[in-house]
Design a protein around this ligand. Structure first.
Ligand SMILES: Cc1cc2nc3c(=O)[nH]c(=O)nc-3n(C[C@H](O)[C@H](O)[C@H](O)COP(=O)(O)O)c2cc1C
Ligand code: SF4
Length: 443
């Protein structure tokens, strides 16, 4: 079957991915990075000598965190209590969200851009020690980061009296050990402190009481990699890119049944069609699109009628009941069994649940088991309603209010998203499927 879905060719807007495209052979080396302007923004910031001006630029840029929660970066920094020191910057490079692979690329192919962003952010918030938490599986990213830190230190961009400014910053790298939950900022802090990675009750938020109970900012790799460009362009100029409160660009990790999967940097305000068809080349074998996950694995799915919706954080949350989350778009064609996808996601959440709260610890496992029954032909007629009921216990009124939770953190409620998506688009199909399974059961 040939799909009617098409799009005009569409171009990326390359800001944080510019260097790695322009210098594919040496973008990660100190020489390659310096030759294309690395650390110029840092020099500018240090020459200006006003940390609050950097904060003001970040706020003016409208930058919102690229780790998934979409929170304003400038605002987050402003929550730090004025006179409490030491304070820390923690860089979230755990990137465990299924189908998300943009931070890995930024670490592997432009570690100096990240380091420059880290020093700028540390200067802005006046911290002298930054921690980089890197996903354990990122072997190449880790090696290149370590090399980049050594080279940046040798050139005086990290360490004591950076570029003669009097500002000191040391950097500590910590490798994760494979738990998805350690990407959640407070579980990450626990893990950094050597504890088991389990989320903390909030408040207090990390800005008030974070790492070692000190004020802490946690920022994502892409968020920090954007800072040198905000300094270079000026916050207001950066804010002209994008749409409404979704300013700038986003590195979108496109995967699944598209012809050209990969990381694409897009300006907010483009459409899902631009991403999936204009950049991704459309659906493999020219099949029909079945559904797509617009922001990683944790949010409600969208279908063909949503292709022309704008790629905008607030529009996604308020109008579509979903989220652009981690920046990943996962595409599925007509050959896909949606129950299998939902089951596979539930299996992931059940496996990754830290077990601290009952609705998530018990509920994710039950969702997995019930979906498995439907998938393998031995479900009971009441099973679909039962799985909806379990989801409702984790995320009350999950169909209409997708961000509710009875849990400490959003991991548990994530399992309600595939259930809501099945119920929205495939309920009748699933009820019929269960009925047909029943008919096949010998009397
Ligand atoms: C279960 C879970 C996993 C998460 N994993 C990541 C991750 O791998 N990387 C990341 O940057 N943020 C992740 N987050 C979001 C972080 O808690 C936090 O919001 C983010 O690191 C803040 O940085 P930002 O403001 O720059 O986005 C996760 C959140 C949850 C609930
Ligand atoms: S929701 Fe799940 S992962 Fe999050 S704290 Fe509770 S049990 Fe742990």
């Amino acid at each position: 079957m040939t799909t009617a879905n098409t799009s005009e060719p569409f171009s990326e807007t390359r800001i944080v991915t510019r260097r790695l495209h322009e210098r594919p052979d040496d973008s990660w080396t100190i020489d390659g990075a310096l030759a294309s302007g690395a650390y110029d923004s840092l020099r500018q910031v240090l020459a200006q000598g006003d940390p609050s001006a950097v904060q003001a630029e970040a706020t003016a840029s409208g930058l919102r965190g690229r780790g998934g929660a979409n929170f304003s970066t400038g605002q987050k920094w402003s929550f730090l209590p004025k006179d409490t020191f030491p304070r820390y910057l923690v860089v979230n490079g755990d990137e465990g969200e299924p189908s998300t692979f943009k931070d890995r690329m930024l670490l592997e192919r432009d570690p100096h851009q990240l380091l420059e962003g880290i020093v700028i952010a540390s200067y802005a918030i006046q911290c002298n020690l930054a921690f980089i938490y890197v996903r354990g599986e990122f072997a190449l990213g880790h090696d290149r980061l370590m090399r980049a830190i050594a080279d940046a230190r040798a050139k005086g961009f990290i360490g004591k009296d950076i570029q003669g400014s009097g500002f000191d910053l040391d950097v500590v790298v910590h490798r994760g050990a494979g738990a998805y939950i350690c990407g959640e900022e407070t579980a990450l802090l626990e893990s950094l402190e050597g504890e088991r990675g389990m989320p903390r009750l909030k408040p207090p938020f990390p800005a008030i009481e974070g790492l070692y109970a000190k004020p802490t900012v946690v920022n994502n790799v892409e968020t920090l990699s954007t800072l040198p460009h905000i300094v270079r362009m000026g916050g207001e100029e950066y804010a002209k890119l994008g749409m409404a409160r979704s300013t700038g660009t986003r590195v979108c990790a496109l995967s699944g049944h598209v012809k050209r999967p990969g990381n694409y940097e897009v300006e907010f305000g483009c459409t899902f069609r631009d991403i999936i068809f204009g950049l991704g080349g459309g659906i493999r074998d020219d099949n029909a699109l079945k559904f797509f996950l617009p922001g990683g694995a944790s949010f409600q799915w969208l279908v063909e009628e949503h292709l022309d919706e704008p790629y905008d954080m607030d529009h996604a949350a308020q109008k579509l009941g979903t989220s652009l989350g981690s920046g990943a778009v996962m595409v599925f064609d007509e050959t896909t069994d949606p129950v299998r996808v939902a089951w596979r996601l539930a299996k992931f959440y059940s496996h990754e649940s830290c077990g601290k709260c009952t609705p998530c610890r018990e509920g994710t496992g039950w969702v997995e088991k019930i979906l498995y029954r439907i998938l393998h032909g031995y479900a009971s007629p009441e099973d679909f309603e039962m799985v909806c009921d379990v989801a409702d216990n984790i995320s009350p009124n999950f169909m209409a209010a997708p961000f509710n939770q009875t849990t400490l953190c959003p991991l548990g409620p994530s399992v309600a998203s595939p259930i809501a998506s099945l119920a929205k688009y495939y309920r009748d199909e699933i009820i019929e499927r269960i009925a047909a399974q029943q008919a096949e059961v010998p009397a």
